[in-house]
Design a protein around this ligand. Structure first.
Ligand code: SF4
Ligand code: SF4
Ligand code: SF4
Length: 314
């Protein structure tokens, strides 16, 4: 009998679930010998009401040793599901940057949640007379939250999507009753690019021009993209994406966009990036869309509607 495991997804794109599948061959023994999946709406026909033998009005999830939750918390239903997962799972894991720092759904934190609702239901592509549905749609919260803003989380595994090797490590470490071995440093710390010190560029270059590099040479021959003047968020972003040596985007010769979230727990990527740019002699005010720096970490109060965002003036 394997370890009872429950999976849930909240405001999620299912990319994190694909990352679990991308563990590949190693997933087969994990699933067939070690885990007993008792609940997973992404792959099972699942009933929230009645599956535990209680036909009551409250949502129910079976008891499990391990719970894995993806996605941010954007509406009342997400809170109900998350609280039930917390109640029923001994160890609760936040998987993916949406769950750990708000991720993509927390982009809506940059505007009033009512405006987001209207943007979804009343776009020019809908019937001009379209109105908001008035039943069957859970109430939106005032903003999207990371899981640890609502319940206690035992283990955070960021990434958009997370690295499959690290998901496997977390599962195996739990089975072996030990702490997982995961990266703790920044993307820069795993980046092999050539660093020569402060660059010669004082304005942020937009990535509509290519970086300078020789395609016939390894990535270690390319000069650091930040030193070339590009907004590479490696200094402020948690490491973990490197699958073939270099961080994934750097391997492709494009700047890091920050998808593993802040390297500091609950850190603010925008403030940290201001420092990183200043250290490289680059004027932060030349970043075209400064709020986009928080595109993967808009929970924890980092991204707010403009009128109340004092830091917007920065
Ligand atoms: S972290 Fe990325 S891959 Fe995972 S649910 Fe969020 S948007 Fe999708
Ligand atoms: S700033 Fe970007 S290119 Fe430079 S070392 Fe860090 S991750 Fe690599
Ligand atoms: S380099 Fe940055 S944006 Fe690209 S996958 Fe890694 S953490 Fe994400």
């Amino acid at each position: 009998m394997g370890v009872k495991t429950a999976l849930e997804w909240l405001s999620s794109c299912s990319g994190c679930e694909i990352a679990i599948l991308n563990i590949g061959e190693a997933l087969v023994p994990i699933l067939t010998e070690h885990l007993d999946i008792v609940h997973a709406p992404v792959i099972m026909d699942h009933k929230y009401f009645g599956q535990c033998g209680d036909e009551g009005e409250h949502l129910q999830i079976p008891e499990a040793v391990v719970g894995i939750v993806t996605g941010g918390v954007s509406n009342e239903e997400h809170i109900e599901v998350l609280e039930e997962m917390r109640k029923k799972c001994q160890v609760l894991i936040a998987l993916g940057s949406c769950a750990t720092q708000g991720g993509i759904p927390a982009l809506m934190n940059g505007q009033d949640s009512e405006a987001s609702f209207d943007a979804v239901y009343q776009t020019p592509s809908t019937d001009p007379g379209a109105t908001r549905p008035d039943q069957g749609v859970p109430e939106l919260l005032d903003r999207t939250y990371a899981l640890d803003e609502k319940v206690k989380i035992d283990l955070q595994l960021p990434g958009c999507p997370p690295n499959p090797a690290h998901i496997a490590e977390v599962i195996i470490s739990l089975l072996e009753n030990r702490d997982p071995v995961l990266p703790t440093k920044s993307v820069c710390d795993s980046c092999p690019t050539r660093r020569e010190g402060k660059g010669e560029v004082s304005k942020v270059k937009r990535y509509i021009e290519n970086a300078e590099f020789d395609p016939d040479k390894p990535v270690s021959d390319m000069r650091c993209l930040l030193e070339q003047g590009f907004m590479c968020m490696g200094p402020v972003t948690a490491a973990g994406c490197a699958k073939y040596g270099a961080p994934s985007c750097i391997e492709a010769r494009v700047p890091c966009r920050g998808c593993f979230g802040s390297v500091r727990p609950k850190g603010n990527q925008m403030l940290d990036m201001m420092n990183a740019l200043a250290s490289n002699g680059i004027d932060f005010t030349t970043v075209v869309d400064r709020r986009s720096i928080q595109r993967f970490s808009g929970a924890h109060g980092n991204l707010r509607p403009k009128k109340s965002a004092v830091k917007e003036e920065v």
